[in-house]
Design a protein around this ligand. Structure first.
Ligand SMILES: [Zn+2]
Length: 430
């Protein structure tokens, strides 16, 4: 009897240990707030020495006292990382204890028969997005064309859609790109959402009708297809493209540091292992070169450039590569201010706004600054939902809301651009 009893206890302890071990080996996201420079330095070491992925800020170079750090910690490193933080009294808490479940939720992709979400309220694999591009162009032959803008390092095509609802001569245009950074899944989801909204509500919604009557719209849903594919197959936290470097251990260039705008100065790094690696030279990457070439070829018609990112809820404009003000700073400020005001009124969400460098930090080599210097004087980067609750793992149930907020900003700004650049059509002007 005694023997049996002891055996029972062991069984239970074994069960208990298993549960405890399971809990500790799960991938989690920590919110950490260093309060002294010493703690900042320790945190920098922790993130570079252990396998982790920085969510915010994107690189240790941006870490500073009293600024929140959002850090993804894989199960294997979790105990070591948290005990290091504890040893040095660094304030931290778990913000996402269930990363694996969230990833599963993002990739379920409507396979749950009880799901009532539409195609546009789900995240999609790269192959499904290519199918969608073809289908959309095929189903709307008079208004939608597929344009091959270039190809990625791994030779995947970069397709943009051109939405063209009017045949007025000398029409102006706007450009929207999504998915420069692979792990920001809400970004490609927005490009799909925008196209769907345009096709469904032309002639029904006054704002989108006015915009499409006046402008063609180019939409590039996935600017970094190799990286995006990699986030679905191998590493959900991947940010850069997948170009190999001279260091076989470190892959990828940050495409949003690869444009020729104060290239590779403070806020970017020349090291291939860094998340903000600027590449070997400006436009060294086929993805950034393809977009730059297209914009150069169409710079006389494109008036508005918008690049979609996540997360942190911000509406940004040039410059990010310098603290200097853009020539039309006040116009740009007025536009994002109005967009943020509308988002707050309609959706009760707060978006920060302003020039990139002053609102977040110096970030040279970005596409919006480069497009601005090319002559596209209305140039923006939007950071979509959320502000860190789920970060890159925004659940599919939040896609609709996040996209509607961004859509409000796009429409508000596009209408303002039309107002500022196009002559009023009054009878007196005829
Ligand atoms: Zn981004």
């Amino acid at each position: 009897m005694t023997t049996l009893w002891i055996f029972f206890i062991f069984m239970n302890m074994d069960g208990f240990l298993k549960i405890a071990v399971c809990k500790e080996t799960r991938d989690q996201v920590l919110i950490i707030t260093p309060t002294t420079q010493e703690q900042v330095d320790i945190l920098k070491n922790v993130t570079s020495q252990y396998e982790t992925a920085l969510w915010q800020p994107v690189s240790p170079v941006y870490m500073k006292e009293q600024a929140e750090v959002h850090l993804f910690v894989p199960g294997e490193s979790f105990e070591t990382v948290t005990s290091l933080l504890q040893d040095h009294d660094i304030t931290h808490r778990v913000s996402l204890p269930n990363v694996n479940e969230l990833i599963e939720m993002q990739t379920m992709n409507g396979t749950d028969p009880r799901s009532t979400s539409t195609f546009y309220e789900r995240y999609h694999r790269l192959e499904d997005i290519y199918d969608w591009l073809n289908r959309t162009a095929h189903d709307n032959p008079r208004t939608v064309k597929t344009i091959l803008v270039g190809s990625s390092h791994e030779k995947r095509p970069l397709y943009a859609l051109k939405l063209s609802f009017s045949d007025r001569p000398n029409r102006k245009a706007m450009w929207i790109d999504c998915g420069i950074h692979a792990r920001e899944w809400i970004s490609p989801a927005f490009c799909l959402w925008f196209v769907h909204h345009s096709l469904s509500f032309y002639n029904y919604n006054k704002e989108i009708t006015d915009i499409l009557n006046n402008m063609d719209v180019y939409v590039l849903p996935v600017m970094n297809p190799d990286g995006y594919k990699y986030t679905w197959t191998t590493n959900r936290m991947w940010r850069k493209n997948r170009a190999p470097s001279h260091n076989p251990k470190c892959v990828g260039v940050d495409l949003n540091r690869n444009f020729d705008a104060n290239w590779c100065t403070e806020g970017a790094l020349p090291y291939p292992c860094s998340e903000i690696y600027c590449g070997a030279f400006p436009e060294s990457e086929p993805e950034s070169r393809a977009v730059a070439d297209f914009l150069r070829q169409h710079k006389d018609s494109i008036q508005l450039y918008i690049s979609i990112h996540s997360y942190s809820q911000m509406l940004l404009f040039p410059y990010s590569c310098t603290l200097e003000e853009a020539g039309n700073h006040n116009d740009l400020l007025e536009m994002v201010q109005e967009a943020a005001r509308k988002i707050r009124t309609f959706y009760r969400s707060t978006y920060k706004y302003g020039a990139g460098a002053k609102t977040i930090y110096l970030a040279p080599g970005g596409s919006d600054d480069w497009a601005y210097d090319l002559g596209i004087k209305y140039s923006f980067t939007f950071e979509l939902q959320d502000r860190g609750e789920y970060g890159f793992l925004l659940p599919p149930s939040r896609i609709g809301n996040a996209c509607n907020e961004a859509l409000t900003a796009v429409k508000t700004i596009a209408l303002k651009v039309m107002e500022k650049t196009q002559a009023p059509k009054s009878p007196a002007a005829v």
